[in-house]
Every structure is written in C-alpha cells, then in structure tokens.
Design a protein. Structure first.
Length: 209
C-alpha cells in the first residue's frame, strides 16, 4: 500500500470540526476513513453513572490516547483496526467496536488531537477550525440537549466548570501547530473549498509517488 495520508481536524467544542471532517470524507469517498478522538474516551465500567458524570471529559487524561496512537500507526502500515464506540448518554465506552479499513486517507477529528505531540507527529496535514466562543456555546447547547439527551442546566454547568477552562488551557494554545486555520468552521464554504482543493492536490501527488 502506498503512503497513507493522515489529516488532523481540531478546534474547540462545537466549532464545526465534525462538519469539516465530514465534508473532507465526502470528497474522498471510499479512499478515506474518519476516526473521532471521542471514541477513545477511557472506559469506566467499574464506576456508577453518578460518578461518571463528574469526570472532566475535557482534560487530556480522559482519553485513551495510547490506544489511538497504536491504531493510527497500524493504519499507516496498512493494517485495519477495530475502533471503540463511546456512548455520550451513558458517559462510558460500549462493548461494540467499528471496523476501520486502512485507506489512502485517514482523517482524525477531535478537540485535543493537537495537544499530544506523538499524535501530532503522525499527521501529514493539521487543520484547526476556529469559531467564536459564544457561537460554540450555543451550538453545544443545541447539540447536547437535542442529540445527547442532556439537560440545559447540565450542559451550561459543564461548560463553565470544564469546557471553557480546558479550552483555554489545552485547546486554544494548539492552534499554533495547525498548517491551516479555517474561521467559522463548516459555514465558511470559500475556505473549506480552498482547503479541499489543496488537500486533494497533496493527496494525489503523494499517492503517485
């Protein structure tokens, strides 16, 4: 298998990075797989639900990044992996896995993927989705209440206690590692199309060699 291109898409919570990653995946169809860092939240089977909800899920220590590193390295070597599945409503990893093929392009999406140097070093292209904090908060409220079954109070409490301070400590500083910064996320069609064209050219060039 020719060289695998790994694209990292980072940014704050509800910045639009998932939309950007999905658009990139659309562009490459069968030649791409998408992996979310959220899938690698640590399992807490020994912990009751009331305790799991108190965990700081916005800190790097909440993730099994070592497993993700191992999986990405396997994919880069042309070896398929079984990615864990995480349940936001249960605040825990499920017993299921998703089979991920080794494809020409692997997209990694997550708000903390640039925080870990080993993970960064596996990426060929690093994209940071930069969106205003107020807009991210509104999007997060709508998403977590409608899609993840959270109460409005719990979403706001989590944002104040962990999301905002962890963003300032761990996410915002990683913007400096990005090769490309996209303001306003998936809504910025002009920037997104330019990025897709550029990445397409890079991928085509790499896969020729």
């Amino acid at each position: 298998m020719k060289e695998v291109i790994v694209i990292g898409v980072a940014g704050g919570s509800a910045s639009g990075k998932t939309t950007v990653a999905a658009r990139l995946k659309e562009e490459y169809n069968d030649n791409v797989e998408l992996i979310c860092h959220d899938s690698y939240y640590l399992a807490h089977d020994d912990m009751p639900f009331d305790e799991r909800v108190k965990i700081n899920y916005d800190h790097p220590n909440a993730f099994d990044t070592e497993r993700m590193l191992k999986d990405i390295r396997s994919l880069k070597q042309g070896i398929a992996i079984d990615c864990p599945v995480y349940s936001y409503s249960e605040h825990n990893r499920t017993k299921e896995t998703v089979h991920i093929r080794a494809t020409k392009v692997i997209i990694i999406e997550g708000f903390l993927i640039f925080e870990n140097k080993e993970l960064r070093d596996l990426m060929d292209i690093k994209i940071f989705v930069d969106t205003d904090a107020d807009e991210r908060l509104v999007r997060r409220i709508l998403r977590d209440v409608k899609e993840r079954g959270r109460s409005l109070e719990s979403v706001i409490t989590q944002y104040i206690k962990t999301v905002k301070p962890m963003h300032e400590q761990f996410v915002e500083p990683t913007k400096k590692h990005a090769d490309i910064i996209i303001p306003r996320g998936g809504e910025n069609q002009v920037a997104l199309q330019m990025v897709m064209n550029r990445i397409k050219a890079i991928v085509e060039e790499e896969t020729k060699n």
